[in-house]
Design a protein around this ligand. Structure first.
Ligand code: ATP
Ligand code: MG
Length: 653
């Protein structure tokens, strides 16, 4: 991996940025709209009545589809609606697809919309990130034409102006505009219309609103602090005593403080962090809010509220909650979606890549090309259940989950294994743990280069010094580190070094493959091979064939079927008008790489040779090292380490 780009600014970009800012603010001003309800009915409503009558669930669903509008046109609706999450969340497509399904069903009026959406997952597994994406997605959408939202001006609930239409006129309204108005005016708005407009609702001011969490417009967040002091007023507000003194009537809606989180979230979403930590009284209120779309506060009749509640909690809290019998009924009123950790090391590695490139501590730090993948392999190993099947072990399972071909195991096995272990991904190491270990290694080592071996040490350190883990678990995790190194890193680094020993590995390998094929064909057909230079004929070079095949342990009795299979594959490629490439035959690739490598392993022997290397030897080593740097993403430090590491591996073979 190259050093992460630290500096993307150039001189011209400041001016560009200022231009972007001012066009943003121009656009923003242009989007504003204000008028009376009468203007609204005449000028705004007719263009798209149904869009203006959307419920919060419909709004979220439309928002998701809007963000997916540029996605693959032939992808399914569900896949496109996940586009918003794809920017930041990797390896959890299935849970995301359930989240998307929830909004689709809720928008269609299904009963799930009357249940609270609860994301359940292990720590640092992306729940908050999902909520953030949804919130940012809503903010952005509300600035578009398609996402335009209107509200009664000044209403602390930003209620839909259509709620102004009296119940007795709604049937006629539906006949006229084709939409059914379900909402009801809040006590605040009722009072406002009466007091300021003597009930003449056509004159009530309406404005376009833009969702914004920072100003508590349509997006509310509630995090439980100390449960003993938590007050339900944080959610639904309370009497504002100063105003009571002014107005003189406790029952006046103007004397109520409408600052609760449920009002902030009206028309949009309410994010409930660690929801199971809140008092049961709060939970009842929220469940009723989702089910009945209203809240009851002491001095007013039921207050209609339209919002989507998105709650999350971690596993420990959830198990505690389950233990109380009375909670069972509450669970019934929630839609629980599990958000597990990623299970493919490739996805996991992307997560680290994202976190690393966003952190200033990692600026200008070079990571060798396997650091993140190796860390990810370790991470996934801690999350997987051991497969109970003949011929399968953890490393093989891990590769299957990453979509890699594993010899002797059909690809479909991954799906089956997944179904056998539904709890997989709910435990194990968190991305945060890994990233912390990496940053500790960097800070402590005060280094600008981190190698895979240093990463392993850092992870080991992290495990050993973790106070939450018991001895047994520590041992299990350290064993996973060893597995990650032996079964993955060794192979990766060897391959890099092998390849770096050639001026053009691909070319030489391809030539060798072609030679092998020629000889095999001659041998199968009992033909003679004509030497291109001397023109002499000779029999197929059986010694050469065997020396390639022995690299991958093809036995004497098995050689015929192996050769036939290779020729068959080559024929298939030939018929398709393609060249038979090494990449299309994993075993041949291994054999050829090994063959070429052994031809040149002498260079490596020089790395550790006890005798002082002479100038020529040093030159050879330095060429390989330089190729590791130029072509394989190493820096000098990690290239040196890789070379000497592979040499020691070689000594053990
Ligand atoms: N599947 C994933 N894809 C991309 N990034 C992820 C994923 N899972 C976690 N992360 C990253 O890990 C970090 C922690 O995730 P986040 O805070 O969203 O987790 P959480 O589930 O809310 O955790 P907690 O239960 O501790 O609050 C974030 O920076 C997030 O971007
Ligand atoms: Mg969180």
């Amino acid at each position: 991996m190259r050093p992460l780009a630290a500096d993307q600014s150039s001189n011209g970009s400041t001016a560009n940025f200022i231009e972007t800012l001012s066009s943003f603010s121009r656009l923003h001003r242009a989007q504003r709209w204000e008028g009376t309800f009468g203007d609204f009915l005449a000028n705004i409503l007719p263009a798209n009545p149904s869009a203006l009558a959307r419920s919060s669930h419909e709004y979220v669903w439309d928002m998701l589809r809007w963000h997916g509008r540029a996605g693959q046109p032939d992808a399914s609706e569900n896949v496109r609606a996940r586009e918003l999450f794809k920017r930041e969340l990797f390896g959890i497509d299935e849970p995301l697809s359930r989240v998307v399904d929830y909004f689709k069903a809720a928008a269609a009026g299904s009963d799930v919309g009357r249940r609270l959406l609860l994301l359940l997952g292990p720590p640092s597994g992306g729940k908050s990130t999902l909520a953030i994406l949804l919130k940012r997605g809503l903010e952005e959408y509300s600035r578009t034409d398609e996402g335009a939202l209107y509200a009664i001006r000044g209403s602390p609930l930003r209620e839909n102006p259509l709620n102004l239409i009296p119940a007795s006129l709604r049937a006629e309204f539906r006949d006229r505009f084709g939409v059914h108005v379900q909402g009801e005016l809040s006590p605040w708005a009722r009072d406002f219309v009466e007091r300021e407009f003597e009930g003449d609702f056509v004159r009530v001011p309406v404005e376009r609103v833009f969702l914004a969490e920072a100003s508590r417009v349509g997006i509310g967040t509630y995090a439980p602090h100390d449960p003993t002091t938590a007050d339900i007023a944080d959610l639904v507000g309370s009497v504002d005593l100063a105003k009571v003194a002014q107005i003189g009537d406790e029952g006046d809606p103007r004397a109520w403080s409408w600052s609760g989180a449920v009002y902030a979230a009206s028309r949009g979403v309410l994010e409930m962090i660690e929801i199971l930590k809140v008092k049961r009284e709060f939970l009842y209120l929220l469940l009723t809010l989702t089910q009945e779309k209203n809240v009851k506060v002491s001095r007013f009749p039921l207050i209609h509220l339209d919002e989507t509640i998105l709650a999350h909690t971690n596993l420990a809290e959830f198990h505690k909650f389950l233990q109380e019998k009375e909670n069972e009924a509450l669970l019934d009123r929630m839609v629980i979606i599990k958000i597990p950790y990623a299970l493919s090391y490739r996805d996991e590695s992307r997560i680290y890549q994202k976190l690393v490139s966003g952190a200033p501590a990692f600026r200008n730090v070079h990571l060798d090309p396997h650091v993140l993948n190796l860390a990810a392999v370790f991470g996934i190993l801690t999350r997987l259940a051991r497969p109970e099947r003949e011929g399968l072990d953890l490393p093989k399972k891990l590769r299957l989950y990453a979509g890699e071909a594993v010899e002797g195991v059909p690809e479909t096995e991954a799906t089956r294994l997944r179904a056998e272990a539904p709890e997989e991904g709910m435990t194990g190491v968190s991305p945060r743990f890994v990233i912390n270990a990496i940053s500790n290694a960097i800070t402590r080592g005060n280094t600008h280069s981190l190698t895979s071996m240093e990463l392993l040490l850092a992870l080991k350190d992290g495990i050993e010094s973790d106070a939450r883990m018991d001895v047994k678990q520590k041992k299990a995790w350290i064993d996973h580190l060893v597995t990650a190194r032996k079964e993955f890193y060794n192979r990766w680094v060897k391959e890099d070094v092998h390849r770096a020993m050639f001026a053009s590995f691909e070319e030489e390998a391809q030539q060798l493959l072609e030679k092998y094929l020629d000889e095999v064909e001659a041998s199968l057909d009992h033909r003679q091979v004509t030497d291109p230079i001397t023109g002499e004929s000779r029999a197929a070079d059986e010694r050469f064939l065997r020396s390639v095949e022995e690299k991958i342990k093809v036995s004497d009795s098995g050689k015929l079927s192996f050769r036939q299979e290779v020729v068959r594959k080559a024929m298939v490629a030939f018929k398709a008008g393609e060249k038979f490439k090494l990449a299309s035959h994993a075993r041949m690739r291994e054999a050829i790489e090994q063959y070429l490598f052994e031809e040149r392993r002498d260079v490596l022997r020089l790395v550790t040779s006890t005798a002082r290397p002479d100038e020529e030897a040093r030159q050879k080593i330095s060429v390989v090292q330089q190729r590791l740097v130029n072509e394989y993403g190493y820096d000098e430090h990690s290239a040196k380490e890789a070379l000497s590491y592979v040499t020691t591996l070689l000594a053990q073979e």
